[in-house]
Design a protein around this ligand. Structure first.
Ligand code: MAN
Length: 355
């Protein structure tokens, strides 16, 4: 196997596990703590983690929470019900309808050293709101531009999986901009600079028939209305990213182009990380892409957990040296972890794209 993992995992991994935080309500327990967005605010490093909760499970039943008018409704289904399919720990199908086994909200954590995170007092939890978020909010990317933090996150409901947008300047009051991109779409990251006057975003629509789980780019004159969609990164046959690809956090500006860290999964649902480079002046042009992954699940907390064999990122910090990328990631869909990369080293592995 020639594939090389170039990450330096934190010795303190996992940084956070479900037992480290308290459930948001009585009767629920935290099943997974995962996929954090990352940002800097008031001189500290912050994570906005996805907290996935479910009721304590009873013998012979599967139970899961759903939001209805701001209240939690618990659904309970006998495990031997012939109309139940509960093979995937993340999603179930009952009577032809899909549900999530857990309900996610977003929670803020902060730290002085980027390693030890705690819950600061006085910041709200971000719960799903309304009929387009009744199955929760997940996997938030945070982009800072126009003196505001832009939060793009997965909004899940019986209507589908879409991209929600909120903005905030103080992390205490939020402006909701509703659904930025309709279902089926997720893994959306807004660039942290305008390019030739336009806002840009990476996103990942999915198609059940022709097409697949590919990364697209869109642009917007105002950061609210998006168009000019282009498909830029596709899955590669027989490769580590053969089944799905999706953007991580906002791309990093380098001399050679916009560097994006992305996740790719294969048919066996193994999730690795890779990178690609976009033209600085026209980011819909792909210049290069890594052939092999730059990070592969290998630590025990990445191999087994709620959904094993997964490293997934949607948050990072570029350190003041300009080369160290501190990447925060979800391991096994259960833990929050950290790893460091050299941006130069990632760039040295990029190969011109001939897709
Ligand atoms: C997939 C997984 C789940 C997630 C749903 C909805 O099934 O990533 O963890 O809850 O999509 O986004």
């Amino acid at each position: 196997d020639h594939m090389k993992d170039i990450s330096k995992r934190f010795e303190a991994n996992p940084l956070l596990k479900p037992a480290d935080l308290r459930a948001s309500r009585e009767g629920l327990q935290i099943a997974c703590l995962l996929n954090p967005g990352a940002f800097q605010f008031q001189g500290r490093t912050w994570l906005i983690v996805r907290v996935a909760e479910r009721p304590v499970q009873k013998d012979g039943l599967i139970s899961f929470p759903v939001l209805r008018s701001g209240n939690i409704q618990i659904m309970e289904i006998p495990l031997d019900d012939p109309e139940l399919n509960a093979k995937d720990p993340r999603v179930i199908n009952y009577k032809g309808n899909d549900y999530l086994t857990t309900l996610s909200h977003l929670r803020l954590l902060c730290s002085d050293d980027g390693i030890h995170f705690y819950e600061p007092a006085g910041y709200p939890l971000i719960h799903g709101e309304g009929t387009l978020q009744s199955f929760g909010v997940e996997d938030c990317r945070v982009s800072f531009l126009d003196n505001k933090y832009h939060l793009t996150f997965t909004a899940v409901s019986e209507n589908g999986v879409g991209v929600g947008l909120k903005t905030t300047a103080d992390w205490k009051t939020f402006k909701s901009h509703g659904l930025m991109l309709p279902p089926h779409n997720k893994d959306c990251a807004i660039f942290e600079e305008r390019i030739n006057g336009y806002y840009y975003a990476l996103h990942r629509p999915s198609s059940v028939d022709i097409g697949g789980n590919y990364i697209w780019i869109a642009r917007s004159p105002d950061g609210i209305h998006w168009g000019d969609h282009k498909c830029i990164i596709r899955t590669r046959k027989d490769a580590w990213d053969s089944a799905r690809v999706g953007a991580g956090a906002a791309p990093v500006r380098t001399e050679k182009g916009w560097l994006e860290i992305y996740h790719g999964a294969n048919e066996q649902h193994q999730y690795c990380l890779g990178a690609f480079l976009l033209d600085l002046n026209d980011p819909s042009k792909v210049l290069a892409r890594t052939e092999d992954p730059i990070m592969i699940p290998s630590a025990d907390y990445e191999l087994s957990g709620f959904f094993g064999n997964v490293v997934f990122t949607n948050g990072h910090i570029v350190e003041p040296d300009g080369d160290t990328l501190t990447l925060y990631y979800g391991a096994s869909d259960e833990f929050v972890c950290g790893a460091r990369f050299s941006i130069k080293e990632i760039c040295s592995l990029l190969k011109p794209d001939h897709d």
